[in-house]
Design a protein around this ligand. Structure first.
Ligand code: ATP
Ligand code: MG
Length: 409
């Protein structure tokens, strides 16, 4: 892509109301735009990053045999009344009426909708298990939408739902999804903890949050300095400095500034009981379906990546989710167009700065946008290309072949 055509241009100043780093940098660099509090456009650069995050999530969901689909966002009141959540979740829901007075809610999650799909389609144990997911918009009336794209009132979620014939099958699958989530967050190089939390309807089981540490967030967790014990503030009953209730050897440390990027819920038979989701088991008996749900917020993930990876000049993208593989900077006398074509032909996703602006402006924009590899061509580089990484001051002159082999192409 030619940078002269990229919409919109970068900005020198962050918006006045911006307090969080992700808000300031993502807006200045042209990744997102705020329509109103908690409501964001993903601009072309931001949309590229979110699609790459989604692809990583999709690969790991498909690897646990989940099937992708897409569910509606406008839901009738009746279905939410079946579980009582029309009243119970009143504060978070955006409700509306049509011209005939019929009431609806904009999707804030999809358990009831999946349960309705299941009861229309699952008759016998042979139809189970089922595991389906989608990427779609969620609407939530968040009272404090101040953390940039970390907390939207309208945001993207990948939500997976699974249904099983037995509790054991549900909990085996739950552990598989937990592992898939670990893989996703490891692929993004997050420093994270799997944290026990409440929020389930299964009284004897925890839910699990995936909390990124030191990420400028609002969440607080308590974790052991020796073992994997971690609980969130809402359920932890001890104090910092006490010995760990799990391994007895480590000490409890308090971590502030965490961001929850994922949450998984073993929901048991709570939904099936309320929505009448029975199946016929092997012995001919009628049984309730065991259910779980599993969410990740890709737009929050993008904001978290910026919170944990930036410097005073701008964003530093992880190579797996950067909007482009390389940023080609053409300075006077360089064969920009030729190198651009060759890189594209070799399958490299490249942003070519073909603009007629100063070298200083090109470099400061490149630092702000944060593509991990910068290639520079100028009168001085001759038939070689200068390779410089976003995180290093060092640069090297390389041949085209050396570049493609370093990019692993
Ligand atoms: P929080 O406690 O941060 O408000 P939540 O526990 O209400 O989040 P879940 O219902 O567990 O959120 O949603 C699953 C995932 O969706 C979260 O782990 C997070 O990644 C994402 N998410 C939730 N709320 C938002 C939001 N307002 N904006 C962006 N992403 C969100
Ligand atoms: Mg949560």
């Amino acid at each position: 892509m030619k940078q002269s055509q990229l919409f919109p241009k970068t900005r020198k100043e962050a918006p006045k109301e911006a307090v969080s780093i992700n808000h300031k940098l993502l807006v200045r660099a042209g990744f997102i735009d705020q329509l109103m509090a908690g409501s964001w456009t993903l601009l072309p650069l931001g949309f590229r990053v979110v699609q790459k995050i989604n692809q990583i999530i999709r690969e790991e969901m498909n690897a646990v045999d989940a099937q992708e689909m897409l569910m509606p966002l406008l839901h009738p009141k009746e279905i939410w009344s079946e579980t009582g959540r029309w009243d119970k979740a009143d504060e978070i829901m955006y409700k509306l009426k049509d011209v005939h007075g019929k009431e609806y809610v904009l999707s804030f999650t999809h358990e009831e909708i999946v349960m309705d799909l299941l009861r229309k389609n699952i008759k016998s144990y042979q139809d189970l298990p089922v595991s389906v997911y989608h990427f779609s918009t969620k609407f939530r009336h968040e009272p404090r939408a101040r953390s940039g794209i970390l907390r939207g009132r309208e945001f993207m979620m990948k939500d997976l739902y699974s249904a099983h014939a037995t509790e054991k099958d549900l909990m085996d699958y739950y552990e598989k999804v937990k592992e898939a989530y670990r893989k996703i967050f490891n692929r993004l190089s997050f420093n994270f903890k799997v944290v026990e939390a409440s929020g389930g309807v299964f009284t004897d089981k925890f839910t699990h949050e995936f909390q990124v540490l030191d990420a400028g967030g609002e969440d607080i967790i308590y974790t052991c300095d020796k073992c994997d014990f971690a609980q969130n503030r809402e359920i932890f009953e001890g104090k910092e400095g006490e010995s760990c209730p799990k391994c007895k050897e480590g000490k409890i440390v308090k971590k502030e500034g965490c961001v929850e990027v994922g949450n998984i819920f073993p929901l048991g038979t709570w939904y099936a009981e309320r929505m009448g989701m029975y199946f016929t088991d092997k012995d001919g008996g009628k049984k309730l379906v065991w259910f779980g749900s599993y969410g990740i917020g890709p737009t929050r993930v993008m904001g978290t990546l910026v919170e944990v990876s930036h410097d005073e000049k701008g964003i530093i993208w992880h190579p797996q989710v950067a909007p482009f593989d390389v940023h080609l900077i053409e300075l006077p006398g360089g064969h920009g167009e030729e190198v651009y074509r060759k890189l594209k032909d070799a399958g490299v996703d490249v942003l070519w700065d073909d603009r007629e602006v100063s070298a200083g402006e090109k470099f400061s924009d490149a630092d702000l946008i944060g593509i991990p590899v910068r290639l520079i061509v100028s009168g001085k580089t001759g038939d070689k290309i200068e390779w410089k990484e976003r995180t290093s001051e060092k640069s090297e002159l390389l041949s085209f072949e050396e570049i493609t082999s370093r990019l692993n192409i």
